[in-house]
Design a protein around this ligand. Structure first.
Ligand code: FES
Length: 163
């Protein structure tokens, strides 16, 4: 059985209920609750989504609508590290396409895929608000700007060595 099929731990269920109690309506806690699940399991499985929906008094479909709206919430398994390379206009003008091609060659994957060693997932993203340092990307929870092929090479080596 994978961790995605395990019931949510009791302390997490209690934390989600506490978050919901602070809201006018429990659904107000939906993003925070899903982020808790993702922080623990790496992504949000359908089993976990259903549990959270139950706790918040929402339908699973309704909560899935929330989960799939936010591009920082993952509904499919991802690698240990996630690179989100901005594909909006400033980054595109500043050379995002050759950087993406370089990354794909180096990692041996296409955007939306995960490396065979499960180390890195590459995802495109809309503007991440770092346009004055385009091309930009979000790696796990850290912003990177003025990205070059050299800085990418260094980053990939570092990520592969980081659990
Ligand atoms: S356009 Fe890429 S960060 Fe804004």
């Amino acid at each position: 059985m994978s961790t995605a099929d395990l019931p949510l731990p009791a302390p997490m269920r209690a934390e989600i209920l506490a978050l919901a109690a602070q809201e006018l309506h429990p659904r107000g806690a939906s993003v925070a609750a899903l982020r808790l699940v993702q922080a623990r399991f790496g992504w949000i499985s359908t089993a976990h989504l259903r549990e959270v929906a139950d706790l918040l008094g929402m339908s699973a479909d309704d909560l899935d609508g929330v989960a799939t709206y936010f591009n920082l919430l993952f509904r499919r398994p991802v690698g240990r590290h996630v690179i989100m390379l901005c594909d909006s206009v400033s980054c595109w003008i500043m050379g995002r396409e050759p950087l993406c091609a370089h990354l794909c060659r180096k990692l041996g994957i296409r955007p939306g895929e995960t490396t065979a060693d499960n180390a890195i997932t590459l995802l495109p993203t809309v503007c991440i608000g770092h346009c004055d340092h385009a091309p930009a990307m979000l790696v796990d929870n850290t912003l990177h700007g003025d990205v070059t092929t050299e800085s990418l090479d260094h980053l990939i080596d570092t990520l592969r060595d980081t659990p």
